[in-house]
Ligand binder design. Structure first.
Ligand code: GLN
Length: 471
């Protein structure tokens, strides 16, 4: 069965009685069951089917919400009341959410249907989706390759058409990097655009819930729905969400190109070439292009890993065997309960980051690492805002390479360097999107990234739609 790709088409087909939501739901469930990528770890089968019936009626009665007809997957680090939630970690085994994330509630209110739970790197820490208690996710384009991480399941599921869209989280690139590796659209909103209430905290000053889909119209609409003020997250802005639809696709913009990104020594030559050809094309269509210097590229990954591990070590202290999920019973008192539960429950990468985070926060090293990294964060932000004074959007690749083999990268630092082009947006809190317009001669996709000023999502979507139409 063919399922129309965009939500608008699905809604029209359903309204005309040419397709039913129950049939779409059954088709997606069949596809998930026969998938070989390990992206879904649970299907909400009965629930999704009964909601499909209910929302089908709403569409035919003309009383449906904005997301009626949307089947959406949920990364396993976002709360959905009454459903399991593990962050792909043993330490949360058996835990059930007591409430739904604000973003989840908003989607349900607009009649979107959650179809299942998606594999990810443990506590969203990773760039390959290999750090998961459920085993690695495979890239649907080539099952020997990683899908990227940490929202690898969310990216693979959309690429494989197991649902229309998915939610992921992006702390340092976890939506955009897997989107690039799997050939789908991946969007991270401005920090403070979407409530983090109900998102398992990793690096609280970086985390945002993001959206995967196949097209910009759906990305724009879902982002509109999940945005907006929330009394449960004081960092969310009261600014109006981005518009529901994209109007002005042909607006001529000032586009800045940080040259240092294109001259990065490990950038794949074909990705560089494609980025340059996109830039040429934009120039020929009347956009103004300016080459920019960004002197902090080499500091961007260290800054991110000092600060994000510091925040993570504090956020993850709550998993102690007393409050959530796993408890080691092989313990004699409260301290051994903490020690044993955390030793048994956390995977190796999470432990590495907790230790690193505690180290950079320890009294003897606090100023040398944590304070210093905060200062560098400030410098990176100032320089970026300066680049955005004259430019509407910055353009550069999403990833230096295409997807690598499962098991290929063993060294943690090499893995951390995979985030070199994505952490910038999180350090500064800017919105950014990866567009699946690159195709390598090795047959794998790669993304071109756009980043704009704070709360300028409308602009980002306008240029994104233009680029998607032209490639
Ligand atoms: N790969 C990065 C990390 O491991 C980003 C993860 C994320 O955005 N959640 O921290």
């Amino acid at each position: 069965m063919n399922i129309p790709e965009s939500l608008k088409d699905i809604q029209q087909f359903v309204a005309r009685g040419e397709i039913s939501l129950v049939n779409i739901c059954k088709e997606y469930i069949d596809r998930i069951k026969s998938s070989k990528t390990n992206s879904f770890i649970e299907i909400f089968e009965n629930e999704a089917l009964s909601k499909a019936e209910e929302i089908q009626k709403k569409i035919t009665d003309n009383g449906a919400g904005l997301l009626a007809g949307l089947f959406i997957g949920l990364k396993d680090n976002i709360c959905y009341q009454g459903h399991q939630l593990t962050a792909s970690s043993k330490i949360l085994k058996g835990f059930e959410s007591m409430f739904s994330a604000t973003a989840v509630e908003k989607i349900i209110k607009e009649d979107g249907i959650f179809i299942g739970r998606l594999n990810c790197d443990e506590f969203a820490m990773g760039s390959s989706n290999e750090n998961s208690i459920y085993g690695p996710v495979k890239n649907p384009i080539d099952l020997n390759k990683v899908p990227g991480g940490s929202s690898g399941g969310s990216a693979a599921a959309v690429a494989e058409r197991l649902c229309n869209a998915t939610l992921g989280s992006d702390t340092g690139g976890s939506v955009r990097q897997p989107a690039s590796f799997c050939g789908v659209v991946g969007f991270k909103p401005t920090y403070g655009r979407v409530s983090r209430n109900g998102l398992i905290a990793y690096g609280s000053s970086f985390d945002q819930i993001g959206v995967f889909s196949k097209n910009i119209d759906d990305t724009c609409l879902i982002s509109h729905v999940i945005s907006g003020a929330d009394k449960f997250d004081s960092t969310v802005s009261i600014k109006k969400p981005n518009k529901k639809t994209i109007n002005n696709v042909d607006k001529k913009l000032n586009i800045g190109i940080p040259e240092d990104y294109l001259n990065f020594k490990n950038l794949d030559p074909e990705i560089k070439e494609k980025t340059l050809s996109v830039i040429e094309n934009l120039k020929s269509k009347g956009h103004h292009i300016e080459l920019l210097k960004f002197p902090y590229l080499e500091y961007i990954v260290p800054t991110y890993y000092v600060l994000s591990t510091a925040e993570a070590s504090s956020n993850l202290s709550r998993y102690d065997g007393a409050h959530f999920g796993l408890r080691s019973y092989d313990s004699s008192d409260i301290n051994t309960t903490y020690e044993n539960t955390r030793s048994e429950g956390f995977g190796i990468e999470v432990k590495r980051r907790i230790m690193l985070g505690n180290f950079v926060l320890s009294s003897g090293y606090y100023d040398a690492y944590f304070t210093k990294a905060q200062k560098v964060r400030r410098l990176i932000s100032q320089k970026t805002f300066q680049m955005l004074e004259k430019n509407d959007v910055l353009l550069f690749p999403t990833t230096p390479t295409t997807a690598f083999n499962i098991g290929e990268i063993e060294d943690p630092v090499t893995m951390y360097l995979q985030d070199i082009f994505t952490v910038h947006a999180n350090i500064v809190g800017l919105p950014a999107i990866s567009l699946p317009i690159g195709k390598h001669s090795n047959n794998l996709p790669f993304g071109i990234q756009l980043m704009s000023g704070k709360f300028k999502e409308n602009q980002l979507f306008e240029l994104s739609k233009f680029l998607m139409q032209n490639y």
